[in-house]
Design a protein around this ligand. Sequence first.
Ligand code: KE4
Length: 428
Amino acid sequence: MISRTRSEALFAEALQHIPGGVNSPVRAFRGVGGQPFFVRAAKGAHVTTVDGDELIDYVGTWGPAILGHAHPKIISAVKAAADHGTSFGIPNPFEVTMARLIKSLVPSVDKVRMCNSGTEACMSAIRLARGFTRRDKFIKFDGCYHGHADCLLVKAGSGALTFGNPDSAGVPADTAKHTLVLPYNDVEALKACFAANKGEIAAVIIEPVPGNAGLYLPRPGYLEFLRQITAEQGTVLIFDEVMTGFRLAPGGAQERFGIRPDLSTFGKIIGGGLPVGAFGGRGDIMDCLAPLGPVYQAGTLSGNPLAMAAGITALEELREGNAYALLEAKGAALEAGLRDAAKSAGIPVTFNRCGSMFCGYFTSEPVWNLADAMKADRERFKKYFHGMLAEGVYLAPSQFEAGFLSTAHTPVDIERTVQAAAKVMKGL
Ligand code: KE4
């Protein structure tokens, strides 16, 4: 068991000052029950709790820690940048270097604008697509998450071809109605939606590999069809690569699957753990942005020198090493071990993986979309989560989140994880 005394005291106080005691809902352990632990420090693939327990971390701050926590080169880059100031609100050379790096890694990006979160990036990309096409409606997919902008907190309407309904209090129906929500991996639904909204759809935004309902993959040909129908319809195709960007390949999921979107959104890895977001793509679309064009978008801390220094270092480190081969090998080893553990325990688990992103669903059925994911046994997942935590392994505190490997996870970490799973699964 991990000790909790200090974490419990901190959480009790946090509840007095912060809604739910957390600054982002998923951290509250609502998906698994119990209370969150508090972290004191993180290094490599491990986090250390305020109670002194060291855990193998498969959340990786939800994706940014692809090189592990506190990578020495990132830490020294941030320290060096900080010595010259923490924010200027004036163009700084790091911004040019970051833009050039992103363009060199992602050929679909002619121009890129930095911002401060994935939410901002996705919200701005949708506004930009609407301004460019002069259309209001856009398509998203159930199970995909693109941050918490009003127009994105929408669930499928009565018929997926009609209006979306707000998926959060505070989102006006008038805002939600322009958002069309379709099932992922469903070509017929896409065809029907475009047929029912001819010439009215500004954009499609998609996680090319959805990592916010666990993890599932595009069916063969699905992304290709999406690219084709959006091109035919004059609809802007937005790949939300906040999670997959620079993780699934140097050029993200679009490189892995060979699709050229019109716009892409980024975040997480390009900040090296500091607050960041970015969106970029076709120059004719991006040039509609202020101060050049009529679509407004701004940010006090956009292109912040510390976040840029950290992100540039992370991208250069990923480019120099053989990180992607390493991540693939680690992912394959973890997958093989966890599959064996489930098999020997006689527990039905569907294990989905793409490179260093993964999710084990407690179901015997394949998982290709949200409806499939919802069939997973969440009670069993809760027991598994807490059992693994007790064994010193920190998984994402929800069945509907992806796990992340880093280059810092060692074969010993993976073997310890597999042994823990074999022990815990036997008790499920
Ligand atoms: P942020 O605003 O949290 O930086 O990014 C929003 C976002 C956009 N697009 C994708 C594909 C994302 O995964 C995210 C954020 N991911 C979640 C993890 N499921 C962040 C964790 C959290 O909300 O605390």
